[in-house]
Design a protein around this ligand. Structure first.
Ligand code: BGC
Length: 358
């Protein structure tokens, strides 16, 4: 079968290989992959920054954003039928099976020895067939047969939102009304939509013009789009109850601190490049203490967030027709993998590789 692979830590080793269809164990499901999505993590792996091959293998099959149909079911698997539309989560338990991993929260793994499909020691889903432990697979309704591939990126903000509310509502009475989303990539657009579903007024800022597709999709949800080339972050009039930081820029992450209101919360969801910053960190952190503010980071998502995400994805589909379709700006075939993973243009939002057009 065709599989899009890299040799981890070897720059630009992306290739299409012919590999064997995986054999499943009694607890696993064989997935007939319909489509996968490409994100910054894939591009970082291709650039050699990270990624680890499975033990005894010198390549890693890419792909952690995916949508599949069940092709075969292990003898001990219950609750799935052939043909079911499914999405597997990304992360699997550490060998130590730490407290969080054994409690179904491998996204909060304590040891750091977790494995991740398409990223760390487990093959991903960018192949005609793939396998997953059934305990980490969620079912989707047929209405999401095309767009369910956006579930994994949506779970990033699903988890951010759920954790935000848990944190805030367990420490005080809290009725947020205004949110700021920093960044309008796929996760920024989905984050905006999720916060709008929660009834918040949302401002989303990015560097694209107000006429861009990203801006238009943001506005379709009833949020306001702000082009930072026209209005600097510092000039934003509001103090926000919730900020989702998705740009991955340390200097913007520091500025987020100044934009959050009293009792507010900043949720960092980007991966931050190391850089020396000239900001006055002392001032920044004093402000944090005096404002009783919570800053927290969040990565990965467990099955609970995937299951919740299915409902939200369906609601976005119903409430803002066309929004999810328009987010997919490129569809390529596996044979055109080089084009698919090449740098995106300014107007691109999400590139999909179609393994099976259906
Ligand atoms: C994925 C997460 C993963 C993280 C770090 C992200 O792109 O969405 O599931 O945990 O990369 O590897």
């Amino acid at each position: 079968m065709k599989a899009i692979c890299v040799t981890p830590h070897k720059v630009n080793s992306l290739t299409l290989r012919d590999v064997d269809i995986p054999k499943i164990s009694e607890q696993q499901i064989l997935l007939e992959v319909q489509r996968i999505g490409i994100c910054g993590t894939d591009r970082d792996i291709i650039s050699g920054f990270y990624g680890e091959a499975p033990d005894g293998q010198d390549y890693l099959i890419l792909g952690h954003e995916s949508l599949s149909r069940v092709a075969e079911i292990g003898s001990k698997v219950e609750g799935f039928s052939r043909g079911d539309l499914v999405v597997p989560t990304v992360r699997r338990n550490c060998d130590e099976n730490c407290l969080n991993c054994r409690s179904g929260e491998s996204d909060m793994c304590l040891t750091g020895h977790y494995r991740e499909h398409g990223i760390k020691q487990l093959n991903g889903f960018a192949s005609e067939y793939a396998s997953s432990d059934s305990a980490f697979v969620v079912k989707l309704p047929e209405t999401l047969a095309q767009l369910g591939v956006l579930l994994e990126p949506l779970t990033v903000v699903e988890k951010g939102k759920v954790q935000t509310y848990i944190l805030q509502q367990s420490r005080m009475k809290w009725e947020p009304s205004k949110a700021l989303v920093l960044g309008a990539g796929p996760v920024g657009i989905l984050g905006t939509a999720i916060l709008r579903l929660n009834g918040l007024e949302v401002d989303t800022v990015a560097t694209r013009s107000a006429e861009s597709l990203k801006a238009r999709l943001i506005e379709q949800t009833g949020a306001s789009y702000i082009d930072t080339k026209e209005n600097s972050l510092g000039s934003l009039p509001s103090r926000y109850d919730i900020i989702f930081e998705l740009t991955g820029s340390p200097s913007i992450a520091l500025q987020a601190q100044e934009l959050v209101g009293v009792n507010g919360v900043v949720c960092y969801l980007g991966i931050y490049k190391m850089q020396v910053d000239s900001e006055d960190e002392g001032n920044t952190f004093t402000d944090l203490v005096l404002g009783n503010k919570v800053h927290f980071g969040s990565v990965n998502a467990n099955k609970t967030y995937f299951s919740k995400g299915v409902g939200d994805l369906q609601e976005i589909l119903n409430k803002w027709p066309g929004l999810l379709e328009k987010m997919i700006t490129r569809r390529e075939s596996p044979d055109d993998y080089e084009i698919a993973y090449s740098p995106e243009s300014q107007e691109d939002i999400k590139t999909i590789v179609e393994f099976k057009r259906s």
